[in-house]
Every structure is written in structure tokens, then in C-alpha cells.
Design a protein around this ligand. Structure first.
Ligand code: FE2
Length: 379
């Protein structure tokens, strides 16, 4: 029985999808963190983000402090709170540093809210107009897995730096970009037997289509196992794989996440680069730790993926993984957790035609993840 389903013609599926919710892209991803100032410094220094906007006491915000950082089309917001019983701090106390908001850029935030709520979404924020001297935005939002939310951002009548309430963040410290371009996909970890619940949510409520699925025959090693479905927005601009744990001899890596995050949430954000060797070289120089891939991976990888244009010695030196599908190949690497808990990490990905997500690397990768999990006493 074929257990992996990679749908052959995603373009047709996108066309057929009922696109009642045109998403122009991911507007921003907001992390709730313990110390926004230090987080912003870390992401600038280590990952080459640039200072963009700020909100805090100086701008009249007496509850929260946010730093907005940017690299090409990737915008991150790092938020912490001055108040001990605030929503931000309650979230942080429970989950540690992690993703709270995945915001979509839309034409019409009111319609996006109405259409999704009509289809069963739980409201998080009613359409709200926010304005300053630069115009106005309308934001609205719905809940998704765990305590994560989706906001809809309508900014066609706004020309300020980010959102009303924010000022430009002028910083003399702006380390060079490392070539990250846009968010390729964002992965959610959900609980036992919840993958189908949440993939159905994306299908019915947001009009996404399933483009790939893997079951535990594909994604398992002796110990760790998971199942995954990849959901894509109607126009293909937003892709969300959804993982759930599967039974293995011992604890699944997804369970470890769920234990430490205290529930469902974002596991990793994949960032696209046009030159992964350059990007990863800089990340390593700046002290970003990557999952260690055994040298033996490179003994057989070319037999599996065929001809590639990169120098395999360079890929081996950096621990970059390679996989191929019908459309081409891809190069990818995974950081160790970015935060204190073994929860959130980044993937760096370079696509050379491939539209898939690196299934051929799962085994090598999971052995590496298990090694780390074991060192934390969680296997
Ligand atoms: Fe990924």
C-alpha cells in the first residue's frame, strides 16, 4: 500500500479550491517572549534580521513592548509584557517563548473574519479599525490549534512603518542579512488523533487543500514516530504541515514538544534562501547551532538524489540535507531549538524545483533528533 500521497498536480488543485479567502501572504509572525529586547537582538545578530518598528512605553503602550524585525519578506514581531498578569505573560508562563500569532495579509479583514467564522472558526478578535496619521488598518482574528491564533490584516489604507501604535525603530546596529527571503511553510504540532481535526479545519474554515500526507510508516524510526499532512492555501502562498505523534517504542518527538509547550503550537518555521551554503555558513559563524547529521549520510545521498549542482563537500561540511521529488530537488537544514524549551526551531530551505518537504531525509533527521532528545532525558 502506498502510504505517502504526494498529489501530482497541485496547480490544478489550487485552481479548483474554493478561494473564498484569498490570502496575499503571511504578513507577520508574532512571538510572545520573556524579554523582547533580548530576543530581537538575538534574531538580528544570529539570523540577519533588520530593525523595523517598535511599540512600548515611549509610544504610549503601557502594557506590552514589541520589536518588529524584517528580512526581505519575512517579518517577525517579538512581544513581551510589563504587566505580570497580562495575556502575554500568562501565555509565556504556560508555553515559554513561542509563536502566538500567524498573521495573514488580506484585502478585506472584515470579510475574512465573517467567512471563516461562518464556517466554524472561533472568533479571537472582531474586525477592529486602528488608525494614526498614516491612515488605518483593519485587523480581525480567529483561533487555531492550541492557543495559537490567525489574524487577518487589511493594510491597503495604511502607509506607516508597521501598524498604528508603532514607530520606526532606528537602530545603529543592523547586522548584514544572511539571505533569508520568505517563509516557505510553518509547521504545527497537534495532539494525538488531532491531525485530521486540524487539517479539516484548514480545509473547511480557510479553504485550504491537502497537498501531501505521510503516515507513521514513512516517518518513524525505532523510537520516534509522527504523522503529517500538508495543507496549502488556495493560491499556494501559505503552506502549513500539521504533525501529530504516532506510537513508537518510546516517546515521539511530537510528544516531547507537547509536554514542554504545554499543548499544541508551532514547531518550526521554514525560511527560504537562494543560497543555502552562504546562509548556513553565516549562521554557523554567528553561533547558531544546527542538528548534527552523521557523516555517513553523505556516503549514499547522491545515489538517492542523483545529480546536483552544489559541491557535496560543502554540503557535508555544513550538514545540509538533500532530497528529490518529481519536480526537482531541495536542500534543507534544521536548527536546534531557538528557545529554552525543546519546542520551536527554524528550518532553512532552498528549493531547486522540488515542491515537497524532504521526506527522504526524515530517517536521518529523526535519528539526529532522537540523539538530542536522549541527551535531554526525554526518550
Ligand atoms: Fe519543514
Amino acid at each position: 500500500m502506498e502510504s505517502v500521497k504526494e498529489l501530482k498536480n497541485p496547480d490544478k488543485i489550487f485552481k479548483d479550491a474554493k478561494d473564498f479567502l484569498p490570502l496575499l501572504g503571511i504578513d507577520y509572525v508574532e512571538f510572545y517572549v520573556g524579554n523582547a529586547k533580548q530576543s530581537a537582538h538575538y534574531f538580528k545578530s544570529a539570523f540577519g534580521f533588520q530593525s523595523e518598528a517598535y511599540s512600548g512605553l515611549e509610544t504610549g503602550n503601557r502594557e506590552n513592548i514589541s520589536f518588529v524585525i524584517k528580512q526581505e519578506k519575512i517579518r517577525l514581531v517579538l512581544t513581551s509584557s510589563y504587566k505580570s498578569n497580562s495575556a502575554v505573560n500568562k501565555h509565556w508562563d504556560k508555553h515559554g517563548d513561542g509563536v502566538k500569532v500567524i498573521a495573514f495579509w488580506v484585502e478585506d479583514a472584515t470579510k475574512s473574519f465573517e467567512e471563516t467564522v461562518k464556517r466554524g472558526a472561533k472568533p479571537y478578535m472582531k474586525p477592529t479599525k486602528e488608525e494614526d496619521g498614516n491612515g488605518y488598518v483593519i485587523r480581525s482574528g480567529i483561533h487555531t490549534y492550541g492557543e495559537t491564533v490567525h489574524l487577518f490584516i487589511e493594510r491597503k489604507n495604511y502607509n506607516g512603518v508597521f501598524l498604528p501604535g508603532f514607530v520606526k525603530w532606528d537602530s545603529s546596529y543592523n547586522p548584514e542579512s544572511i539571505g533569508l527571503k520568505y517563509i516557505d511553510h510553518i509547521v504545527g504540532n497537534v495532539g494525538w488523533n488531532k491531525m485530521n481535526v486540524w487539517s479539516k479545519f484548514y480545509e473547511e474554515v480557510l479553504g485550504f487543500s491537502q497537498i501531501i500526507s505521510f503516515d507513521d510508516n514513512d516517518i518513524s524510526t525505532e523510537y520516534t514516530a509522527l504523522m503529517s499532512k500538508v495543507m496549502s492555501s488556495g493560491n499556494g502562498r501559505v503552506k502549513f504541515p500539521i504533525n501529530e505523534p504516532a506510537k513508537g517504542i518510546n516517546k515521539s518527538q511530537i510528544e516531547e514538544y507537547l509536554d514542554f509547550y504545554n499543548g499544541e503550537g508551532v514547531q518550526h518555521i521554514a525560511l527560504e534562501t537562494d543560497d543555502i551554503v552562504y546562509t548556513v555558513g553565516h549562521l554557523r559563524k554567528r553561533g547558531v547551532e544546527m542538528l548534527y547529521i552523521p557523516d555517513t549520510y553523505y556516503d549514499t545521498v547522491i545515489d538517492r538524489v542523483g545529480k546536483i549542482t552544489e559541491d557535496i563537500k560543502e554540503l557535508k561540511k555544513h550538514g545540509i540535507l538533500i532530497d528529490r521529488d518529481d519536480d526537482g530537488y531541495l536542500l534543507q537544514i534544521f536548527t536546534k531549538p531557538l528557545v529554552d524549551r525543546p519546542t520551536l526551531f527554524f528550518e532553512i530551505i532552498q528549493r531547486k524545483g522540488a515542491k515537497s518537504f524532504g521526506k527522504g531525509n526524515f530517517k536521518a533527521l529523526f535519528i539526529a533528533i532522537e540523539t538530542e532528545q536522549k541527551s535531554r532525558g526525554n526518550l
